[in-house]
Design a protein around this ligand. Structure first.
Ligand code: TPP
Ligand code: MG
Length: 280
């Protein structure tokens, strides 16, 4: 893999984290922990892997992305804005009354959003059904979804996992954003689903485990999809919650962050220092 290209993807992820910071500044609060842990994956999906057209967001042969863990909505808004699905000025409305960028994504409000998510436990089933429908229609489209590790406690995930394997839905790829934390603490203490890889393998999925904040590993893994013909692919991505927000990394208190303008200034400074060309 070309090092310059990998570096450019990392830079994109930083720009997208800056978009999250912009939303945090505008609203004063948001689910930054899961948005930042999954940012490198979502950036690679949109800027490297998926076939999508911001100027024609409903094109029939597009790939689909569903953010099953919809509370991380800022990750999707940040990347869609960076891709040009909507003007960046909309980021300043995040979370406000009647905004097209509500706390949880709404497909009726924003181009590029494929499903309303936020009630945890539904994205995998919707994604599996979409993938089956696309296959029935003879479409080449791929479907990608991201689950939270805490989200795995929803039983509906396991029905969807069984059905996707049973129906050999190999145009479906799911990630678990394995940051080890959910709303109130460690996933292993609230509801332990480890080993996640072995569970999905037992359900009939082809599974790989990666460092989900390492762009090289993410891209190499995306290149290897589908892992096995006739099986849905699962990527268990070990990540750091709030990756990129110094004081929040790995800290459950930053699942939902109430940020002051000064804290947003500091976050901006840290992120801008990572850019080759510094933003004004
Ligand atoms: C059905 C349902 N129950 C509870 C919640 C409240 N809730 C929002 S986020 C969250 C924790 C999710 O943890 P995880 O999936 O690990 O996400 P991440 O760590 O990436 O933020 C919970 C329980 C919800 N959104 N939906
Ligand atoms: Mg989590």
């Amino acid at each position: 893999m070309n090092q310059d290209f990998l570096h450019s993807l990392e830079q994109k992820a930083t720009l997208c984290r800056l978009n999250v910071s912009r939303m945090m500044r505008a609203s004063g609060h948001g689910h930054i922990g899961g948005a930042f842990s999954s940012m490198d994956i979502v950036t690679a999906l949109y800027f490297y892997k998926m076939k999508v057209w911001p100027e024609d967001p409903d094109r029939a042969d597009r790939d689909r992305f569903l953010l099953s863990a919809g509370h991380k909505s800022m990750v999707q808004y940040a990347v869609l804005a960076e891709m040009g699905f909507f003007p960046k000025e909309l980021l300043d409305t995040y979370g406000s009354l009647h905004s097209r960028l509500p706390g949880h994504p709404n497909m009726h409000k924003l181009p590029g959003v494929e499903a309303n998510t936020g009630a945890l436990g539904h994205g995998l089933a919707i994604a599996a059904g979409m993938a089956m429908g696309l296959r029935l229609d003879g479409k080449p489209s791929q479907v990608y979804t991201i689950l939270g590790d805490g989200e795995l406690a929803e039983g509906s995930n396991w029905e969807a996992a069984a059905a996707a394997a049973h129906h050999k839905v190999d145009n479906l790829t799911a990630f678990v954003d394995f940051n080890g934390l959910q709303i109130s603490g460690k996933v292993t203490e609230v509801m332990n689903f480890t080993p996640i890889d072995e569970k999905f393998r037992a359900f009939g999925w082809a599974v790989r485990e990666i460092d989900g904040n390492d762009m090289t590993q993410i891209v190499e893994t995306l290149d290897a999809l589908p892992f096995e013909p006739g099986k849905p692919s699962m990527i268990v991505a070990r990540t750091v919650k709030s990756k990129g927000l110094k004081q929040g990394e790995g800290n459950p208190a930053f699942h939902y962050w109430n940020a002051s303008p000064e804290e947003c200034d500091a976050l901006d400074r840290d992120l801008i220092s990572m850019l080759d060309e510094k933003e004004e």
